[in-house]
Each structure stands twice: as structure tokens, then as C-alpha cells.
Write a protein that binds this ligand. Structure first.
Ligand code: PLP
Length: 373
């Protein structure tokens, strides 16, 4: 057996061990929607296959789908873009991977929201760059931290809004500040927006792209909004020269996203408005039920996403230990350390499960915490 490359030896995938480690437990770990893909979206894929759409297609993605995405971003979020600014990718993850390969050189750094989505840092390392953690216990802290930490090696700053795992939503004035910093210092502000439709209490998503695509990349996904996590489809929106480079990468890496998956995505954008609204309402109800039933955990109320990220520090243990012990009692959450060094004292729960399971989970958590006192 030959040696595994140095590059891959420094990549961490230990999080996979947290997914389903205690059988028979209520699993609130993985960040997946609580619903099957809507039937009409599946049907669009079947129909496309029946019609023979099963061969290679454009590496940039179906022009009709790109048009729909650019129209949506213009209409909903005021982003000036056209289909030439869009690349269809393998999930949001595929877009972030392609992006990093295109802009990060060895020795460059990427500023990473911390706590934040756990793949940003590993994808940076795979591109030869150094991830730099930016404390983000709230949105203001992240934006100020980026201003402080950006240096001549910084190629990008990446964050999600609403944010995984904290549920924080970034407002327009903070995003403008971040956009200004990126343009003054010449790095990319990468806005990862897979929860753009999962916002609560009447809130509306703001995309940093509304201030212009200069030094800005928007990443989005069909995984969460349309319950299509296993279909592997997402997209990037950016200035055309950057999109052209990413398309070149995707051409040699995987050729194209399957055409029938892209047809299903068109159906989702065009005809799932009611489903999107309905699921959002259900997630909001589940959030309120779950948080309302928990008696002893403190965390800010998520403004979006389907995650709750309370601190467990006052129980005299970190998130790793808390989640290990809780798992043995029957509920699986994700230890906050997986989201970065600033998450070590927290635990993430996904509240997409049906209400009766969330109730049982909250009761188990209450009992567990009461036993600690
Ligand atoms: N970005 C964030 C913030 C996420 O939470 C996730 C998935 O959990 C992704 C990206 C990846 O999503 P996709 O399934 O589109 O690759």
C-alpha cells in the first residue's frame, strides 16, 4: 500500500463517528430536513430520464436552470446577475470545493466563521490553504473579526447566514460592512446561503450579493429548502471570470451534474413555493415546541436554519463530554467542537424530527441535566 498523501493526512473526518453512535437513541445530529423530497420534484426527474436525458451535459449547468436561479436572486434578493454568473454544482459543498481550488494558493489563508460549518476548514486545507478561525458567537463579532484578521495572505472569508450551527441571521448593514472590507482589502466574501428559505418569525433573508458581485460569491443548495440532500445539487453565483474558472475545474473533476437532477431542481424552483412555506411553518413550530420544553439549556433562539446550539458550560463539562453522556441516555446531538474551537462548550440539536420525538428528546435532556445537579 502506498502512503496516503500528506495533503489528505491532515484532513479530519472524525465527525462521522458522531452520526448514529448510540443505537436506539433519538437522533438529533445530522442536518437533514424532516421530509422526503416532494413527489412532484421526484416525478420531474423520472420524466426527464424517460425522455432520455441521461447523458453528459454542460459543465456549467443547464442554461434554463441557471436562468431561473439568476431570476430568483434578482427578484427576491436584488442581486444583479445573469445565467452566465451561475454554475450548477454537486451540492453547495461542490461549489465551495471548486471555488477554493480556483482562488487559494499554497500559503494563502481563508477566514472561517467559528462556530461554523465543519467542512470549510477541511476544504481550505485540501486546496493547500490555511484556515483561520474567526470568532462568531454573534454576527457582529464575525464581521469585526474579519476586519481585524484579514492580511495580505487572505483570499476569502466564508460564512453562512442564517448560520449553521448558531441560527444567526446577518442583517443588511453588517453584510455591507463585510462587503466593503472585502473590496477594500481585495479578498472574496463567500456567503453560503442554504437556509435562505428557512427563516422564522417573519424574517427575510438578505444576500450580500445585493451590494454587487465584486469580490463576492454566493453559494446555495437544494438540499435543505427542497429536501434534496441526497440528490447533490447546489450552485454558485459570482463574477463571470471566476465562474469560468470553476467550470473548468468541474469539467475535469466530475463533468456535469446529472441532467435529470437539474430538471428536478427546475421543478423545485418553479412549483414548490407552497411546500417551502409549509415546511418553514412546521420547522418554526418544532423549534418552539423543542425549546419551550427544554428546561435548563440556554442558547439564543435560532432566527433561521433548523439548529439549536445551547451552551452546556454551566454543567461543568464541555460539549464533547455532554454529548457523550447524553447519547448514553438516549439523545444524539453534535458536540460543538466539530464546528470550531469557539463551539467547544456547546452542543447542536437539529429540530426537524416529528413533534412526538422532539418532546421525548426534550424530556430525556431535562432528566439528564436534572441528574447532573
Ligand atoms: N453549507 C452549510 C452551512 C451547510 O449547513 C451545509 C450542509 O449541512 C452545506 C453547506 C452543504 O450542503 P450540500 O448538501 O448542498 O452540499
Amino acid at each position: 500500500m502506498v502512503d496516503i498523501s500528506q495533503r489528505m493526512r491532515q484532513i479530519d473526518a472524525s465527525f462521522s463517528k458522531f452520526f448514529s453512535p448510540c443505537s436506539g437513541s433519538i437522533d438529533l445530529s445530522v442536518g437533514i430536513p424532516g421530509f422526503d423530497t416532494p413527489e412532484h420534484i421526484k416525478e420531474a426527474a423520472f420524466e426527464s430520464m424517460r425522455k432520455g436525458s441521461v447523458g453528459y451535459v454542460s459543465s456549467q449547468g443547464d442554461p434554463g436552470l441557471r436562468e431561473l436561479i439568476s431570476e430568483m436572486y434578482k427578484r427576491e434578493y436584488g442581486v444583479e446577475c445573469g445565467p452566465e454568473n451561475v454554475m450548477i454544482s454537486f451540492g453547495g459543498k461542490g461549489a465551495i470545493f471548486a471555488l477554493m481550488q480556483c482562488v487559494v494558493n499554497r500559503g494563502d489563508n481563508a477566514l472561517i466563521q467559528d462556530p461554523g460549518w465543519l467542512s470549510y476548514s477541511e476544504i481550505t486545507k485540501m486546496a493547500g490553504g490555511d484556515p483561520v478561525s474567526v470568532r462568531a458567537s454573534n454576527e457582529r463579532e464575525f464581521v469585526s473579526g474579519v476586519r481585524e484578521l484579514a492580511d495580505e495572505r487572505t483570499r476569502l472569508a466564508v460564512f453562512s447566514s442564517s448560520a449553521n450551527p448558531t441560527g444567526d441571521l446577518y442583517n443588511g448593514s453588517l453584510l455591507k460592512e463585510l462587503w466593503d472590507t472585502a473590496n477594500e482589502r481585495d479578498f472574496l466574501a463567500v456567503s453560503d446561503e442554504p437556509y435562505h428559505e428557512i427563516l422564522f418569525d417573519g424574517r427575510k433573508h438578505v444576500s450580500i450579493g445585493r451590494y454587487g458581485l465584486d469580490n463576492t460569491v454566493i453559494v446555495n443548495s437544494f438540499s435543505k429548502t427542497y429536501c434534496m440532500s441526497g440528490w447533490r445539487i447546489g450552485y454558485a453565483i459570482a463574477e463571470k471570470p471566476l465562474i469560468d474558472a470553476m467550470v473548468k475545474f468541474q469539467l475535469h473533476q466530475s463533468t456535469c451534474v446529472p441532467p435529470f437532477v437539474q430538471e428536478a431542481a427546475k421543478q423545485a424552483i418553479l412549483h414548490d413555493h407552497k411546500g417551502v412555506r409549509e415546511r418553514k411553518r412546521i420547522y418554526e413550530r418544532r423549534r418552539d415546541l423543542f425549546m419551550g420544553r427544554l428546561k435548563h439549556l440556554n442558547g439564543s433562539v435560532p432566527e433561521g436554519t433548523f439548529y439549536y446550539f445551547p451552551s452546556v458550560e454551566r454543567f461543568g463539562m464541555d460539549g464533547d463530554e455532554f454529548s457523550k453522556q447524553l447519547c448514553e441516555k438516549g439523545v444524539i446531538g453534535v458536540p460543538g467542537s466539530l464546528f470550531g474551537e469557539n463551539g467547544v462548550n456547546s452542543i447542536r440539536f437539529t429540530f426537524t424530527k416529528p413533534e412526538h420525538e422532539l418532546k421525548s428528546a426534550a424530556d430525556i435532556i431535562n432528566e439528564f441535566v436534572e441528574g447532573l445537579n
